[in-house]
Write a protein that binds this ligand. Sequence first.
Ligand code: HEM
Length: 432
Amino acid sequence: MTEFFLRPAVLVPAVAVAAYLIHQLFFAGPKLPKLPVVGARDGDWFPFYQAMWRNTFNFKAAVKQADEQFRDQAVLMPLIGNSNMVLLPRSQIQFVTDQPDSVLDMHAAAIESLQIDYTCTDPYLVHNPVHHKLITTTLTNQIGNLVPDVAEETAWAFEQRWGSPDEYQEVCVYDTLRKIVGCVTNRVFLGKPKHGLRPRRAPDFYSTAHGVETRAATRPRPRAQRLPPVDHQAGQGDRRPQEYIDELRAEIEGVLAEHGGEWNKRALAKMQKLDSVMRESARLNSFVTVGLNRAVAAKDGLVTPDGIRIPRGATVSVPSYPIFHDSAVYPDADEFKPFRFAEQRSDASIEYVQRAAKAFATTSTDFLAFGHGRNACPGRFFAANELKLMLAHLVLNYDVELGGERPRNTWFGLNRVPPLQATIRIKRRERA
Ligand code: HEM
């Protein structure tokens, strides 16, 4: 008899059923309201679990289906690792941001989704977020004063990672830029390092970012043959990418000349085309596919404007990817139009407040790349300035050859990851 129960064909399903029952009895999440399940199909035996599988492996299709098929409705969006997600419609984005922390809790959702208690070296900081106040007060107030340091470190970091090659060299965009970003950001948080005289046993992040460890993969590589030069590529619409680069260079050089050749906050603020490129890039490539992830914290749950009660412990989110790709919101939404927002900002027929709302770091219900409302990213003003300085440096100092088409982003559950292996070719820009 015992032998019969120990046979793998009997034991494995028995353990699986027992584990499922224990999970359902003791660890299952809150009882979700009866709502349409995104990803479920007629004829499914286990619609919720089959949908969970489909949504996890094709979240792009899931979030599009939710937004198109159930435009004004809340839906269940089961995912592996997050079976309690209720996706609210885009018309309720403002409603979500208006809820107090006691009703919708951003931190609880972040701690759960990032598993911070297990992944952060010091979870104390996350549960006692002193950094939030430091960012919104000290860091943001100092952005202007930090510009010269950030500009200097940007030049140094690019020289370390990209050098000044006379001939086109291939560089891996992600691998080199994440180190450049680390280097420049460390300059702000840790101060100026004595280049070349750093401690041998520096922390990994610091040493890698400042070039103590150089890996062959991050150095410019010899000329690659497979990429056509920028000039020969078809541009967006009827314009070539090189024309945009020329226009960008003209703006940056013009504004810099007005400011005596010095980088400062006011000069950066005047570079609206540069700002527009960043916002357009964030619009098309944001990792925020669904935004405003919040855990329902209220004891009696959250009651939505259409009367649905979502229980405590569930998470709510709203669509972001479908809005960024909606041509009714962003005309020709699938096209990368670098100066889309600069054109809107210079359109005198639009009210000033609306024009100003097109700046890179400005959030809205249609632009969730930095979140929106009370919990919107407090570091975005700093990030925007740093990234603009870096892009300006790149555009002014390098000629770039791109591949034919931008390699696709990869979807990983609800996350969207940039093409990590993509390369471009660069060389030092010849100035007249
Ligand atoms: C391009 C760069 C960045 C992007 C795209 C980004 C994006 C985001 C997003 C989407 C959120 C969630 C907002 C919400 O759910 O409403 C967030 C939150 C946050 N970000 Fe960023 N972020 C960036 C850079 C930074 C930097 C440089 C810092 C720090 C200096 C920072 C600090 C934070 C903090 C502390 C929060 C949590 C806010 C809260 O607790 O209320 N971020 N960010």
